[in-house]
Design a protein around this ligand. Structure first.
Ligand SMILES: NC(=O)c1ccc[n+]([C@@H]2O[C@H](COP(=O)([O-])OP(=O)(O)OC[C@H]3O[C@@H](n4cnc5c(N)ncnc54)[C@H](OP(=O)(O)O)[C@@H]3O)[C@@H](O)[C@H]2O)c1
Ligand SMILES: [Zn+2]
Ligand SMILES: [Zn+2]
Length: 344
């Protein structure tokens, strides 16, 4: 067993405690990664709030440098820059894994934190820490030319919106709406625009209209304005809903065009749907999360080609509590990223 330093949750509050953490000794196909930058996802906030007694170290979108490799690793060497997302292992044998959709593994993929290692049964501890040990298949080469801090959020927020955009055919001739202009939302806008889709932001207030335009959005709808919502009825082939709280899907389903899809990404849990909202227009309700290895690598390649990364505010990791509080208040443009070098 090796040790590293990181930030653990203590109860449901946003004050995390600096602590020494165990990391496994490298298996034959493992990499040790020095974590340099880790994004602060709204899921981290949900996890901290729901946290009970166990050891919880959040963080599931990070970039860093390989420091050591197991004997069977051929794809990486010490010194390589890598990115890791919210999945760190899967069975590798089921139909979804064979199809490159490790995120849908029948045995459920191993999550970067809050999961259970499939070999030794230990709880996984996340990237709010200086070192992570990861199976080589779930580390991705960080493309040259992309800023490591601004690339970290691509690994959860990015891939979570990239997969549904791709699966639902977003591109020239399609109309995409993105509900909630936060970490996921701002990347969804950048991706949809870069893919060639006509892209609209649906946000709670008009405050973010100029920001949405700066990100490339072609149109803006204020969700709190019933008149604007009504005018946008049946307008979008793809609606990505990133709202982080339980809410009525009716108003968002009404935005979907005939045969179009609402993909609910933000709130994961039971929902109530009025079937008439689906019937009228043969609309589809879907969801998505994370991504398979192939699409993750594809997203990073696309981002390298288009020079596309997240808009980030980088803070020393000791200020993680402040980042979580401001994220909770919707006071971030558009992703906090922790610089873990202060843990040395
Ligand atoms: N499916 C997955 O695998 C997956 C992966 C990552 C994250 N998530 C989830 O996705 C959600 C969004 O994550 P994020 O990191 O993008 O969060 P975020 O940065 O806080 O963005 C969420 C956005 O939703 C809107 N919003 C916030 N509170 C709201 C409320 N009470 N009612 C309506 N709209 C509200 C805000 O946009 P406006 O101000 O523009 O309205 C906000 O910027 C979280 O619930 C997170 O857990 C899911
Ligand atoms: Zn996340
Ligand atoms: Zn599998």
């Amino acid at each position: 067993m090796r040790t590293t330093t990181g930030w653990r949750a203590q109860g449901p509050g946003t004050t995390l405690r600096r602590t020494s953490l165990p990391r496994r000794d490298l298996r034959r196909d493992d990499l040790a990664v020095r974590v340099d930058h880790c994004g602060v996802c709204h899921t981290d906030l949900h996890a901290i709030r729901a946290h009970g007694d166990g050891l919880l170290v959040p963080g599931h979108e990070f970039t860093g440098v390989v420091t050591e490799t197991g004997p069977d690793v051929t794809g990486f060497r010490p010194g390589d820059r890598v990115a890791v997302g919210n999945i760190v292992d899967s069975c590798g044998e089921c139909a979804p894994c064979a199809a490159g959709q490790e995120n849908f593994c029948r045995e459920f993929p191993t999550l970067t934190y809050g999961g259970t290692d499939r070999h030794d049964g230990t709880p996984t501890l996340g990237g709010y820490s200086r070192e992570y040990v990861v199976r080589d298949r779930f580390a991705y080469r960080l493309p040259a030319g992309l800023d490591p801090a601004a690339t970290a959020p691509l690994m959860c927020a990015g891939i979570t919106v990239w997969e549904p955009l791709r699966a639902l055919g977003a591109g020239p001739g399609t109309r995409v709406a993105v509900c909630g202009l936060g970490g996921l939302g701002h990347l969804a806008v950048k991706f949809a625009v870069a893919l060639g889709a006509e892209t609209t932001v649906v946000s709670r207030s008009a405050d973010r209209a100029a920001e949405a335009a700066r990100l490339g959005a072609h149109d803006f709808v204020v969700s709190a304005d019933d008149g604007e919502l009504a005018a946008a009825r049946d307008r979008f082939d793809v609606v990505l809903d990133t709202v982080p709280v339980p809410h009525d899907l009716g108003p968002y389903l009404k935005l979907v065009a005939m045969d179009g899809t609402l993909s609910q990404l933000g709130h994961l849990g039971p929902v109530t749907v009025e079937t008439l909202d689906l019937l009228i227009g043969r609309k589809k309700l879907s969801s998505a999360g994370s991504g398979g290895r192939r699409e993750t690598a594809g997203m990073l390649g696309f981002c390298a080609t288009h020079g596309l990364t997240a808009d980030v505010e980088v803070l020393p990791s000791a200020r993680v509590g402040e980042a979580l509080d401001r994220l909770d208040r919707n006071d971030v443009r558009y992703r906090f990223v922790l610089d873990l070098s202060d843990l040395d």
